[in-house]
Write a protein that binds this ligand. Structure first.
Ligand SMILES: NC(=O)c1ccc[n+]([C@@H]2O[C@H](COP(=O)([O-])OP(=O)(O)OC[C@H]3O[C@@H](n4cnc5c(N)ncnc54)[C@H](OP(=O)(O)O)[C@@H]3O)[C@@H](O)[C@H]2O)c1
Length: 369
């Protein structure tokens, strides 16, 4: 009996220590906004956020120090940047803040996708020279300059696309390419259904799947039926009128950006060896529905271990070889980025609020003068 009581006290003490540690790390969590810095000697305008919260409240256009490229980096003058749902991390739910910074965000700069002109290169950089037009991915894209490691996620921009179009490519098009190719193993002649086909990722997924020689069925709402047809969809299902799971049709691949159907509903429209790639959980940002859809995706993932069809969740990664593939696809005209709206750098909060509504038609882009 005595050892049981001792064990109980030890467990209680450990729990108290854990709570105290969490509390301590919460109150001591800090970021670079807390450091007293003088006026920047080489200022540039950039968006920064020091606290989590609503775009209007926390996003500020400030004068920050212009980055200096190291020996392996390029300094890019940003001409355009593109929004992604991941930017809505400024409203991170509590449990994700364990990773991103408990009380305050560790990373205070926003935006990833950019396109612009190389202004300077480090002494080891051989791939680029000043004046080159490039696009790529680097945190802090909502600013006048970014510095990026030359052999990571930077690529020469094809001359037949604008800076706005090139900026809209990295995260969204890589998500489409890697999901269809690496997780979906899409082959010519296969039937693929893309749920959420008219958004930032979906408009690339339709075009990339067509470039693979697949037969594409796009799921979208009434107002976007013509848009997804115009970028190559062979068949269109208007989700406001028809449920795509109630059909005799069978698909080799479901590329799912919405995850609003159950495991069983999706399984019954897959071929016996079919794959469902679960990419997004119901539009941009975090809302009540996101939890339900994330739960549904995890449920589908586990249940698929016991059946022949595969259900997979994946996260895209930024890399140079895949950016090269996308640059070639743009150059050959096989993909043309679809741009919904453009905003100015000081309008990033308004742009994010628009994206957050979850009904963008293609990409939302920031132009940087
Ligand atoms: N796994 C990864 O690495 C990764 C990378 C990027 C994005 N994502 C995720 O992928 C999802 C999509 O991203 P995105 O950039 O394409 O978002 P987005 O640009 O905001 O597009 C959302 C699209 O979803 C469509 N939609 C909304 N409800 C729908 C429904 N019930 N059925 C079919 N379509 C519906 C909307 O079309 P309508 O206006 O016609 O409704 C809209 O075009 C997000 O959840 C995002 O977080 C994941």
């Amino acid at each position: 009996m005595k050892w049981k009581r001792i064990l109980k006290w030890i467990l209680l003490a450990l729990l108290l220590i854990l709570v105290a540690l969490l509390q301590f790390s919460f109150w001591t969590s800090t970021n670079d906004c807390d450091q007293k810095a003088g006026l920047p000697s080489h200022p540039m305008k950039a968006i920064r956020y020091c606290e989590y919260g609503n775009p209007d409240d926390v996003l500020k256009l400030e004068d920050l120090e212009k980055p200096v490229p190291n020996d392996n980096q390029v300094l890019v003058r940003v001409r355009a940047a593109a929004l992604n749902p991941l930017d809505l991390g400024i409203r991170m739910p509590m449990w994700i803040r364990l990773v991103t910074g408990r009380r305050k965000p560790k990373e205070t700069r926003l935006g990833v996708d950019y396109a612009g002109t190389v202004e300077a290169v480090g002494k080891n950089v051989t791939q680029f020279k000043p004046g080159d037009e490039v696009f790529g991915g680097k945190i802090g894209a909502y600013g006048e300059y970014v510095s990026a490691v030359a052999d990571r996620a930077v690529m020469l921009k094809p001359s037949n696309v604008t800076f706005e179009q090139a900026a809209s490519v990295p995260v969204a098009a890589l998500t489409a390419l890697q999901g269809l190719r690496d997780k979906g193993h899409l082959q010519p002649g296969q039937k693929v259904l893309i749920n959420g086909a008219s958004g930032g990722v979906g408009t690339f997924a339709v075009q990339i799947a067509k470039s693979f020689g697949a037969e594409v069925t796009a799921v979208t709402s009434t107002r976007n039926v013509d848009l997804v047809r115009s970028i190559g969809a062979d068949h269109v299902i208007d989700y406001t009128k028809e449920d795509f799971t109630r059909t005799d049709q069978r698909y080799d691949l479901i590329y799912d950006l919405v995850n609003n159907h159950s495991f069983s509903e999706r399984r019954q429209i897959l071929t016996p060896d079919g794959i469902c790639v679960m990419v997004g959980f119901g539009g941009s940002g975090w809302h009540d529905e996101t939890w339900v859809r994330l739960g549904g995706a995890l449920n589908a993932l586990v249940r698929s271990w016991f059946v022949k069809q595969k259900f997979v969740i994946f996260l895209a990664n930024l890399n140079r070889p895949d950016l090269k593939i996308l640059a070639d696809l743009m150059e050959s005209g096989k993909i043309t980025p679809v741009i919904d709206r453009t905003y100015k750098l000081n309008e990033v909060p308004a742009a994010l609020k628009y994206l957050e509504q979850g009904h963008a038609r293609g990409k939302v882009v920031i132009t940087v003068d």
